[in-house]
Design a protein around this ligand. Sequence first.
Ligand SMILES: Cc1cc2nc3c(=O)[nH]c(=O)nc-3n(C[C@H](O)[C@H](O)[C@H](O)COP(=O)(O)OP(=O)(O)OC[C@H]3O[C@@H](n4cnc5c(N)ncnc54)[C@H](O)[C@@H]3O)c2cc1C
Length: 353
Amino acid sequence: MTQALELFDVTIIGGGPAGLYAAFYSGMRDLKTKLIEAREELGGRTLMYPEKIVWDVGGMAPARAAQLTKLMIQQAQTFDPTIVLGQQITGLERLADGTMRITSATGKQHWSQTLILAIGHGALKLAKLNLSGAENYEKENLHYTITELAIFRDKRVLISGGGDSAVDWANELVRIASSVTLVHRREHFNGLERNVRRMKASGVKVLTPYAITDLYGNGNRLDAVSIAPLNADGEWTDETVQERHAVDAVLINHGLRGDLGPIVDWGLAREDWNFNADEKLATNLPGVYVAGDTANYGSKLYLIAGAFTDAALAVNSAMLYIKPDAPTRAQVSSHHSKFDDKNRAFELVEERS
Ligand SMILES: Cc1cc2nc3c(=O)[nH]c(=O)nc-3n(C[C@H](O)[C@H](O)[C@H](O)COP(=O)(O)OP(=O)(O)OC[C@H]3O[C@@H](n4cnc5c(N)ncnc54)[C@H](O)[C@@H]3O)c2cc1C
């Protein structure tokens, strides 16, 4: 089926802090804006540490990352940009009139005059267990997420991981499973400290630094796994110290990993996994800009605060690409007529409270 061509001024790829702020600022500049995110939810890397308290975002009181994510999403929606979830952008093609056609892994197409790549370290995906044949066991009892807690009732569960998810699930599962063992490749846990303390006191058998080394089962269903202690470099060296654990279910919580995918073949100049940009956040491809952790330039600040600055700069550059005689930046929000109605609504809420 042919898709209706809807041309956007700016298409932002990536819905983390950089992409979300770019969507807001692009609205301030009256640009027809689309944001495309590979995952089914917005927030980027901040989704990896929802419970952590963030102190270093300017002008914001310390807040849990989950709260910051919520505020960034709310701000991004101020001027109603088109937001597309669940599409990893993989292809870029420039049409004869200069329009860019971008394609997602699922074959969906989008048309834009400019692009802002705010893709961090790539599309965030669940890190899989790196053992031969592991994917076969996903059919039955090797899990990466839990959708139904009840299936673990009275089961022997082994969890691998040391972040918030692993620790939180250990605390949940220990209440209903017949046993919970948690292995983590480091001594230190990244999960919230009070939850780690709770886990250690709750009857979960915690083994560190340990990793899963082998899987045993019929190809669909796991019966047991081998685990082994790791050395100071996080490596498993001594085969004689493997311990075999009978299991009914295994849960892997190794976090999210970035995947840049075919974007690395677009002809963008880069250093390792970051795309080179000048002080206007322009890449070597006309009309293609970068913002946030994916950008590489001399004074780049790999912080959320840096992502916000990059985003505004990239939007201003996109604006000048489309309209070279436009002002170089947006008027400040406190004096911007685009906020007149919104200011009145804000004042009404103030008066009522
Ligand atoms: C554990 C941890 C704690 C941190 N704590 C802090 C802190 O306290 N303060 C601070 O300032 N910073 C902190 N950071 C860093 C901060 O999270 C990053 O600097 C910030 O998230 C970068 O934002 P971004 O938008 O550039 O990239 P990301 O947050 O990585 O977002 C990129 C988004 O683009 C999407 N994407 C990628 N490729 C594609 C594609 N091809 N198609 C569609 N979508 C795509 C990804 O799925 C992702 O959602 C922390 C990071 C971590 C991991």
